[in-house]
Design a protein around this ligand. Structure first.
Ligand code: ATP
Ligand code: MG
Length: 571
């Protein structure tokens, strides 16, 4: 027989006060509801209530993975350095990779991700195209020594991830499975009760890769998105920027050199001359992979996207202080007119029709006004260089884009042969030829998802769990310790448990106010309130935590009603 959990026995030390270190609601509420405790920066213990919710998230994720033919296994957390040398990542991963030595002095790391281990597994086991495709996943602890762990579970150092890896003989097969994974990820978000968007994501410095991020919309999210009513959505870092036309306050002018003492920033120049920031052009300096100096010219009110800059100019990276000193150029007044010899001029395509620009004169305290491309300087490359932002035009339909912030809860990625080639993981294809596996990888942040759910489902009093993720579905609150009240409450709790509802009874010898406050804080979806007054007329009250709605039901019907409500919320 199923029984109700007893609040007096649950290890969930709730806190009355907001913990000072918590900057976002999920962090604050997870601590206050007695669900997590910090052990070190970005490293947490999950207490029983959080662990119950995590088990539910994992179950949903497992169901969706199993449904698309992805098989669960478990890979080790501790990985030998040799594998990372083979993929070439040991030397490039940086300090986020936690490295350690065993007693014999051999190098290991704590897995931040598992491409190496799984590629090494299949290269010894899968031989023929007949055995493909294969898709494998695990739910495991990851360690990334993040430079700035923060926001509780949103950016931890030790966290739980579901990661899947697939191996294919053809690109078509990868594409098919990639789409199945993406659909599964959408269903996972839905079942977790998240409001989400699938967004075009940054494919990184290498470029050309296919990837989608799944973002839970939240003001506290670290990612900035643009989206359109036509369905287009993208991370601003990845989005193509179509800058709307700008009516300049000046037309084609003569080139003139203007003394601009102490005016270094765009805002200062614009302010001093009564210009819109958009009337000016910002120039930033970098060097290409082979050491050539590049000037990137963008509208004065925009940010340069370093990934786009690198793509437009042979892997260019921006100069640091040392670079400025080496090239002897003045940081505060760069411009395309008479730059150092050999400088590559790359300009944002939105500037193409602008007749004349306000630009730095490559000389401290001087700017050129009325600088015209073609007449006063040459642009070598026109490209999309800026970070997209709300108000830009949708690359699909041309309408204005809206902005939002999001939490990246998951990501799907077409890896191609990046790992199979470097690690020599091949199979024999139909023609008897050895070919590297074509791979995909797919990650869901389990603990980040838990926090994302709270970011979207809370109020001042506490968490408002969707039924699918709640540590339990209902709580029975006897408002006094009188025999009659307790008896009725125990009866309903037993009835609910027996009816398959995950039920807690608050059997503590506490004031009604304390029980209400804790129930709202922990956020059980349904509260069944049993008090002396109601009992006199044979009634119980049901409070819906999410909506705040309250309904009065006859005691005899309370179990059936809660069961019905809970069933509707399960997914
Ligand atoms: P981010 O850009 O936020 O650092 P990422 O793109 O590096 O994340 P992936 O390698 O795509 O992360 O990992 C897959 C998933 O693991 C992410 O979508 C996220 O949900 C989760 N995740 C990644 N880093 C963390 C972290 N530091 N704490 C909690 N979850 C994380
Ligand atoms: Mg990611």
């Amino acid at each position: 027989m199923r029984t109700a959990l007893r609040m007096s026995r649950i290890y969930a030390p709730t806190l009355r006060e907001d913990p000072a270190e918590a900057e976002v609601p999920s962090h604050r509420l997870l601590l206050r509801a007695g669900m997590i405790r910090k052990v070190a920066a970005g490293i947490y213990t999950f207490l029983p209530l959080a662990w119950r919710s995590i088990a539910k998230i994992e179950r949903i994720v497992r169901e969706e993975m199993d449904a698309i033919g992805c098989q669960e296994l478990l890979l080790p957390v501790v990985q030998p350095a040799e594998l990372w040398h083979e993929s070439g990542r040991w030397d490039v991963y940086g300090p986020e990779l936690a490295r350690l030595k065993d007693r014999a002095g051999r190098d290991f790391c704590l897995g931040p991700t598992h491409e190496e281990v799984i590629t090494a597994l299949v290269r010894n086991e899968l031989r023929s195209y007949r055995e493909l495709p294969v898709s494998l996943y695990q739910v495991n602890v990851k360690f990334r020594d993040e430079i700035r762990p923060r926001f509780g579970l949103l950016r931890g150092r030790e966290f739980i991830m579901k990661d899947a890896y697939s191996f294919h003989a053809t690109q078509e097969s990868l594409q098919e499975h990639y789409e199945a994974q993406a659909r599964a990820y959408g269903r996972i978000c839905d079942r977790l009760g998240l409001v989400w968007r699938a967004v075009e994501a940054d494919s990184g410095q290498i470029g050309g890769k296919v990837t989608t991020e799944f973002m839970a919309l939240a003001d506290t999210g670290e990612a900035e998105l643009v989206h359109c009513s036509c369905g287009y959505a993208a991370n601003v870092e990845a989005a193509e920027a179509i800058v709307p036309d700008h009516a300049r306050s000046h037309g084609r002018e003569e080139l003139r050199k203007v003394h601009t003492p102490d005016l270094r920033t765009i805002a200062e120049i614009a302010g001093a001359f009564g210009l819109d920031e958009r009337d000016t052009v910002k120039t930033m300096a970098g060097t290409t992979e082979d050491g050539r100096l590049v000037f990137f010219c963008i509208p004065g009110d925009r940010e340069l996207n370093p990934v786009k800059a690198a793509r437009a100019a042979a892997g260019a990276t921006l100069l640091d202080e040392e670079g400025f000193a080496k090239h002897r150029i003045p940081k505060g007044s760069l411009g395309p007119v008479s730059p150092p010899r050999g400088t590559l001029i790359v300009a944002d395509r939105s500037l193409k029709d602008d007749a004349s620009w306000v630009v730095g004169a490559n000389e401290d305290d001087y700017h050129f006004f009325g600088a015209s491309p073609g007449r006063d300087f040459q642009v070598d490359v026109w490209a999309d260089l800026v970070v997209a932002r709300p108000g830009d035009l949708c690359p699909r339909c041309g309408s204005g884009l809206s902005g939002a912030r999001g939490i990246e809860v998951s990501q799907v990625f077409q890896l191609g042969t990046r790992y199979s080639e470097s690690m020599g993981a091949t199979f024999t294809d139909e023609d008897g030829q050895e070919r590297p596996f074509i791979m995909g990888c797919y990650g869901v942040g389990i603990t980040r998802s838990l926090a994302a759910v709270i970011e979207q489902h809370h109020d001042d009093a506490g968490i408002r769990w969707p039924v699918s993720v709640a540590p339990a579905e209902a709580i029975v609150l006897p408002l006094s310790v009188e025999g009659e009240v307790v008896e009725a409450a125990e009866g309903i709790a037993a009835g609910l448990a027996d009816a398959g509802v995950e039920t807690v009874i608050d059997d503590r010898d506490e004031r009604a106010g304390v029980k209400f406050a804790d129930a709202d804080l922990i956020g059980w979806p349904y509260q069944v309130i049993i008090g002396r007054k109601g009992l006199a007329t044979g009634m119980a009250e049901i409070k819906h935590r999410a909506s705040g709605e309250r309904e009065s039901v006859p005691l005899a019907e309370a179990v059936a009603r809660v069961r019905e409500l809970v069933a509707a919320g399960r997914s």
